[in-house]
Design a binder for this molecule. Structure first.
Ligand code: HEM
Ligand SMILES: *[C@@H]1O[C@H](CO)[C@@H](O)[C@H](O)[C@H]1NC(C)=O
Length: 225
């Protein structure tokens, strides 16, 4: 039985590598009943009625949720909503708005203090430490931390277009993520350095899953302002 479950684990590992997502080196595949592929759904928060494109891949990868206004058109400036629910073992989490490390806006988030999360706007011209990217600005709608997770929801102004590209609100959109187990050296500083990822993944989903009626979207991201 042990040998058989080991063979199945190895097959799952191979499957998970073939969709462009690296398996985390520390996952214990003997013990963890992780799905071989990630799940992408439309998730609606019953408390707020805001719906998101939701990406999840078992307990050791963060859950990512993205929402955009349903009036968004490609190449124009519109706000984008990002929610990250990260296992507390992670020191930082990165999100890429066009599915690769370089030449697209990166949102990098890490826990700060007992309840806070820092959101840092970044850009990478090469696969080295991304630099600050002031063209995109963020407002944190909520952040929290408990024994098992830290979470943040933030609205980005400037993630819908960049120097040579734009989100595609009317079709399939690529995104990517990266995670590290190493805490950042200056958690309160949005310009903190951070170490390279231990794991990353690329996925794409239909942006129809991410659309929220414009009025509801605006009211939510304005958050009472
Ligand atoms: C100190 C910061 C970082 C360093 C030094 C770094 C370095 C690298 C390197 C060397 C690769 C090549 C593949 C490999 O051999 O692993 C890579 C790939 C990748 N990195 Fe980073 N990285 C950093 C931060 C980030 C951040 C913040 C993100 C945000 C999502 C990210 C996303 C990716 C992705 C998606 C790939 C896959 C290949 C690609 O699409 O370009 N990285 N990174
Ligand atoms: C901790 O936070 C996560 C993410 O928000 C949540 O799913 C979980 O229920 C929380 N745990 C407790 C014990 O409140």
């Amino acid at each position: 039985m042990r040998a058989l479950s080991h063979i199945i684990s190895v097959l799952l590992l191979l499957l998970s590598s073939s969709d462009g997502t690296l398996a985390s080196p520390t996952l214990n595949h003997e013990l963890e009943t992780r799905q071989s592929t990630p799940t992408i759904i439309r998730y609606c928060n019953p408390a707020t009625s805001i719906c998101y494109l939701e990406y999840s891949w078992g307990p050791s990868v963060p859950v990512f949720r993205v929402a955009i206004p349903d009036t968004a058109s490609s190449g124009t400036q519109f706000d984008t909503l990002l929610q990250v629910i990260a296992p507390s073992t992670l020191g930082w989490v990165g999100f890429s708005w066009r599915g690769r490390m370089t030449l697209n806006p990166l949102t990098v988030v890490w826990p700060n203090g007992n309840t806070g999360v820092t959101v840092s706007s970044r850009w990478a011209n090469a696969r080295t430490q991304p630099t600050l990217y002031p063209q995109a600005t963020y407002r944190i709608l909520s952040a929290s931390r408990n024994a098992t997770h830290w979470t943040v929801e933030t609205v980005c102004s400037g993630c819908s277009t960049w120097s040579d590209g734009a989100l595609n609100p009317s079709g399939s959109q690529s995104f990517a993520w990266a995670v590290s187990r190493t805490a950042v050296p200056q958690p309160a500083n949005t310009a903190s350095s951070f170490s390279v990822h231990d794991n990353y993944g690329v996925f794409s989903g239909s942006m129809s899953l991410a659309k929220v009626p414009k009025a509801a979207f605006d009211a939510y991201v304005r958050g009472g302002r």
